[in-house]
Design a protein around this ligand. Structure first.
Ligand SMILES: Nc1ncnc2c1ncn2[C@@H]1O[C@H](COP(=O)(O)OP(=O)(O)OP(=O)(O)O)[C@@H](O)[C@H]1O
Length: 210
């Protein structure tokens, strides 16, 4: 697996042009994206996962130019190969824990990981049939990680995944993310301000507003 970006630039409407350092990762690599508030870290994650199109530059995952995919092709590619963990879990309240993960399989049109094993690995197997509203914040974040991993993606991107968690849960979440990324041979990219996360991953890039 090879994930690369080249000379990415992007401007939000009416905002100055943001320019991003290049990324070059292989299977099992982990990378932090650091930078001040407003520097463009979330924007970069959105470019990496194809949620935004760059003004110029390229995003390439195993020879597929993500930055040039559109519509259904892009949705399917993302569903199959990119796992996204947001700051807040964004689970579907009408579905239980396991059904939330089954939805990822459905959208990825792919068999993916065994969900019972995945829930076990993340320590939430006892909650498989629970309504998501009854989960603690740490549990909900672990479910959102399980959802991101359900299709064994090649790339996992996480935006401040530990910012609302206490030390114990933060430790759990970062350890699980690293262990799971390594188990499925994915590259892991995390945007964070969190010192507790920085202690686990040494490779980083810094985003700076020009
Ligand atoms: N939809 C938008 N429309 C216009 N400007 C935007 C939009 N989204 C972000 N911006 C601006 O783009 C810049 C980069 O925002 P971004 O959210 O990527 O920064 P960030 O580094 O993730 O910040 P934080 O650490 O505070 O989350 C900021 O100046 C922000 O105000």
């Amino acid at each position: 697996m090879r994930f690369q970006t080249q000379s990415l630039r992007f401007a939000h409407p009416g905002q100055p042009m943001l320019e991003f350092p290049d990324i070059n990762l292989s299977s099992g690599d982990s990378l932090l994206i650091l930078g001040k508030s407003g520097s463009g870290k979330t924007t970069l994650l959105n470019l990496l996962s194809g949620l935004l199109k760059p003004a110029s530059g390229k995003v390439v995952l195993d020879e597929v130019l993500i930055s040039e995919l559109d519509g259904q092709k892009l949705d399917l590619f993302r569903g199959q190969h990119i796992g996204i963990v947001f700051q807040k879990p964004h689970l579907i309240a009408a579905l239980n824990v396991k059904q939330n993960l089954e939805l990822a399989h459905f959208f990825g049109k792919k068999q993916g990981q065994n969900l019972d094993q995945l829930l076990k690995d993340l320590g939430i197997d006892k909650k498989a049939k629970s309504a998501v509203m009854t989960l603690s914040e740490g549990e909900a974040q672990r479910v959102s990680i399980a959802r991101a991993l359900a299709n064994s993606p090649k790339l996992i991107v996480a935006d401040e995944p530990t910012s609302s968690l206490d030390d114990e849960n933060s430790e759990k979440v970062i350890t699980l993310l690293k262990a799971q990324a390594s188990k499925i041979g994915a590259a892991l990219i995390i945007v964070t301000h969190d010192q507790r996360v920085k202690a686990h991953i040494s490779q980083f890039i810094e985003v700076k507003a020009s």
